[in-house]
Design a protein around this ligand. Structure first.
Ligand code: ZN
Length: 277
């Protein structure tokens, strides 16, 4: 997508924000996949267009890996996870994953199902199950419409109103904030509200998804352990915007019995993904 289109997507969103400012009647609530009520001002289509615009910009700024093996590996894992979504969720988003050549231990997801993984993360994730942990988590953010909730929450505060005035102005800190709200927080150095709730929810959705796809849910705990070990005291970007290690592991362990049941059922049904690097 060129700059013109990108700006027009953001301008559409800007008009939408202004319209919502003018009429409280547009205020909307929805329910997340784990049963939490959440703010959702934005029509899915608008959010998806903004997500796509941010994604195209990301692709212009960061080179994709030229390793076919890495691309195929991540695609294989992502496909196995997406196959487990119900047909509505498969259709509701235009799922896509890009492997970016960058040492950062990081991944992200944008509204509309546009996701990114950095090659640095592949150095830390030991096997397909651990990469599935990250991809399941990212898919969880999309399924739970976290981008919409963050944008809606920011909009509902005075900070959000300031954003409205400057949206579409490339290079402004406010534009970085919009990108952060959409899901590129670590990339633009923005710490977001509600991140703990969102991270916990994405972890739970991801754990369930990986188990149903036949990836070993217990590897999720090892992945986060590897992340902490790899950091050597300095948290990797991905961890710095994510919950404390112990809290995350406890949350995963709480949901592990259920995940293991689904994992065993998946294996018995012949779901044994063979994605390798
Ligand atoms: Zn996350």
């Amino acid at each position: 997508m060129n700059v013109q289109l990108r700006r027009s997507a953001l301008h559409r969103a800007s008009r939408l924000l202004l319209a919502a400012c003018a009429g409280v009647a547009l205020v909307a609530c929805s329910t997340s996949p784990t049963g939490r009520s959440q703010l959702a001002f934005f029509p899915q289509g608008e959010l998806n267009r903004m997500g796509l615009a941010a994604y195209e910009q990301m692709k212009e700024q960061t080179p994709a890996t030229d390793s076919d093996a890495k691309r195929a590996y991540v695609q294989c894992i992502t496909d196995a996870l997406i196959a487990e979504l119900d047909s509505r969720d498969q259709r509701r988003h235009d799922w896509e994953v890009t492997v970016f050549e960058d040492d950062a231990v990081n991944a992200f997801a944008l509204p509309g199902g546009k996701m990114g993984v950095y090659t640095g993360l592949l150095d830390v994730a030991d096997n397909q199950h651990q990469v599935a942990t990250v991809m399941g988590h990212e898919i969880g953010h999309v399924l739970a419409d976290h981008g919409n909730e963050r944008m809606s929450t920011a909009f509902a505060t005075s900070a959000g109103l300031q954003v409205v005035q400057i949206i579409g102005d490339d290079g402004s800190p406010q534009r970085a904030q919009i990108l952060g709200l959409l899901g590129l927080g670590a990339q633009v150095g923005i710490m977001l509200p509600f991140s703990r709730t969102h991270e916990r929810e994405a972890d739970v959705i991801g754990l369930d998804l990986m188990a149903r796809a036949g990836f070993d849910p217990q590897e999720s705990v090892r992945l986060w352990q590897n992340m902490a070990d790899a950091s050597g005291g300095q948290p990797p970007e991905f961890l710095s915007t994510h919950p404390a290690h112990g809290t995350r592991i406890r949350n995963l362990q709480d949901h592990m019995p259920d995940a293991m049941e689904k994992y065993e059922a998946a294996r018995q049904a012949g779901k044994r993904p063979q994605c390798s690097l």
